[in-house]
Design a protein around this ligand. Structure first.
Ligand code: SF4
Length: 410
């Protein structure tokens, strides 16, 4: 999984509501297999140095069956996006991914062609050799888990690849005709200095990516990194240095034409992630696969939206699908207060901020009606601005302290 998927990871932890603004549906497909499990990762993954073709086929069959049984919930919607996340979905063959793309296209409103079909990849020789074939089955955007161009940093992160493989992968992707590349970097890695992060960023921008995701390393409980951190063995940059790295990313990215449009995401104009914007806009997403979750269409018994979570265990997921169980998903139904907080939190993540009119249409009153104390305090602290019509936006400093700001709303 890439950092943009760690973006999606963060997103996956968000209870989701939904708006019907675009009458579309995004399809998220979780492929959980990884060559090995990175020591900071708490995603839904299964270690598999080589994927048995029988396992791959069985998993794809389960995905297609799940699509078939869940499509009616999103009936009559246009297919907006397909996103293969993981895990490392590029470990699956182009044929397997092509089956899923074709089925998603067939499942929703006739003739719909998703404008954006993203595949997360890790730099490796095997995956590099498949680039042209991936493109031929309809994948038109690659999200690459580069994380760093420094071999020492990569080693400390426990990554399986080396920097030269990342460069080779990016160049091969361009040669294969991909015109929409997203590169993922992690900042505040163990042992990382400002200078080494600066070199990472320069190396990424030298490839002129259309999209860049830059995430601060988070220490997730239960991971080997959490244990090392508790023992004081992680030697991580402090928060001030991490902020400097992020500020530097904003300035260097802008100079290279890659502007920040969300807390951790940067893009050339017109190349913002369509799929991830669905999450921030609280739009419907159908999640397929082990550990995937769906953002349900708002209405009926979920007036404020909700999410359906699949099991994070491979055998449980496969058994539930193959035995045609109907009640194996965890349902998280939002109430009005949760939905309001989520609307503010997700709106504030974006550079455009929270749209007051849309908020009022959904909740009957502008944000200030519900959050006057928080708004006053955050404005006094220089973390937030309020537009004349009541819309809210984070300041640059607010973005740097966004995790703290968000706790005021969710
Ligand atoms: S490549 Fe590493 S970080 Fe990404 S999903 Fe696999 S184990 Fe997790």
């Amino acid at each position: 999984m890439t950092s943009s998927d760690s973006q999606t990871q963060k997103i996956r932890k968000i209870p989701s509501g939904a708006t019907d603004a675009d009458h579309g549906v995004g399809v998220y497909v979780h492929i959980p297999f990884c060559e090995r499990v990175c020591p900071y990762c708490d995603f839904a993954v299964v270690a598999a140095r080589q994927i048995d073709p029988g396992v791959e086929e069985r998993y794809v069959d389960a995905l297609l069956r799940e699509l078939e049984t869940r499509r009616h919930v999103f009936a009559d919607r246009q297919l907006a996006t397909v996103y293969f996340g993981g895990g490392t979905p590029s470990l699956f063959s182009p044929d397997s991914l092509g089956r899923i793309v074709a089925a998603a296209r067939a499942a929703f409103a006739s003739g719909a062609e998703p404008g954006e079909v993203t595949l997360e990849m890790n730099p490796s020789t095997t995956e590099r050799a498949r680039l042209a074939a991936f493109r031929s089955v309809g994948i038109n955007r690659l999200s690459m888990g580069i994380q760093s161009f420094d071999d020492t940093t990569l080693k400390k992160l426990g990554r399986a690849h080396k920097a030269h493989e990342s460069h080779a992968m990016i160049e091969a992707a361009r040669s294969a005709g991909f015109e929409n590349l997203s590169l993922d970097l992690i900042l505040a890695c163990p042992g990382q200095t400002f200078a080494s992060f600066e070199r990472d960023l320069d190396a990424a921008l030298a490839h002129s990516p259309e999209h860049l995701s830059v995430y601060e390393l988070t220490i997730e409980s239960g991971t080997p990194f959490a244990l090392a951190n508790e023992r004081g063995q992680l030697d991580r940059p402090d928060e001030d240095l991490a902020s400097e790295m992020l500020e530097h990313t904003v300035l260097s990215g802008a100079a290279a034409g890659v502007e920040r449009y969300e807390v951790s995401n940067f893009a050339k104009p017109g190349f913002e992630s369509v799929h991830n914007r669905r999450y921030w806009a609280r739009s419907p997403v159908l999640g397929l696969g082990m550990g995937a979750w769906s953002a349900e269409v708002r209405g009926g018994d979920m007036p404020y939206g909700g999410r359906l979570m699949n099991p994070r265990d491979l055998l449980s997921y496969l058994a539930a699908i193959e035995e045609e169980e109907s009640d194996f998903r965890v349902i998280d139904c939002l109430n009005e207060e949760q939905a309001r907080g989520e609307a503010v939190f997700l709106g504030l993540r974006t550079r455009k901020g929270l749209n007051a009119r849309a908020f009022e249409t959904e909740f009957g009153s502008p944000p200030r009606t519900f959050y006057a104390e928080q708004i006053e305090r955050l404005m006094a602290q220089g973390l937030m601005t309020e537009t004349n019509d009541g819309g809210l936006c984070l300041t640059d400093r607010g973005v740097l302290l966004s995790d703290t700001v968000f706790t005021d709303f969710v």
